[in-house]
Design a protein around this ligand. Sequence first.
Ligand SMILES: [Zn+2]
Ligand SMILES: [Zn+2]
Length: 237
Amino acid sequence: MSLRFGWRRFMSLLAEPPSQCAICRSWPSRPICDACVRRFASPVPRCQGCALPLPAGVARCGACVAEPPPLDACLVACAYAWPWTDCIAQFKFRQQAGWAGPFATLMRSAPWIESAVEQCDLILPMPLFRGRLRERGFNQAHELARRLGAARKTDPGLLLRVRNTAPQSGLSRAERLLNLHGAFALEPLRASQVRQRRIVVVDDVMTSGASLFAVGSLLKRSGAAHVTGIALARTEL
Ligand SMILES: [Zn+2]
Ligand SMILES: [Zn+2]
């Protein structure tokens, strides 16, 4: 190996992302350092039905007690707040797919997510509408899903987004559900594959939960035995 080759290799290693924490810039570090994970992604007690933060010892929020959501469990890794809002924007809109690995690690380290992924039969990424996929070039939920569990469990073609929907912001919980009516479907030739199965649905950001609930309800109607919704981050207002 020539000295020149070695030098080039050394320079390329320096350029690789794991050399510096993307949040606090500490060096050398993993892409998100342990201190930043402790500081910005400490686990908090959350509602079993919709993952809203709750006081310790309370299992479900009022909305989920009054109207139980179709998900058997709902898990998120962190709040959709700084610094994750910036990191997720880089991942999603600036197409920096390199974030998928560190984000999947963050998700697996959150309570219950690893065991949910290990116990499930199928992992379904939340699908994007075709036009959105073309313009973005990749589905961020699929990038997370396939790094989260065994790649053989991840099936990006079974759950379909069949209708584009108006933006959800500004709508009430009931209006959001109505807005999503008929937005998702199962691939007709393989719909029976969800029957009696434990399924994990993966999304990047959970806002009201309407999309995850719509998919959860579709999967339950189609015979799924157990559905867990997992998101990287959740808005907490
Ligand atoms: Zn850091
Ligand atoms: Zn809830």
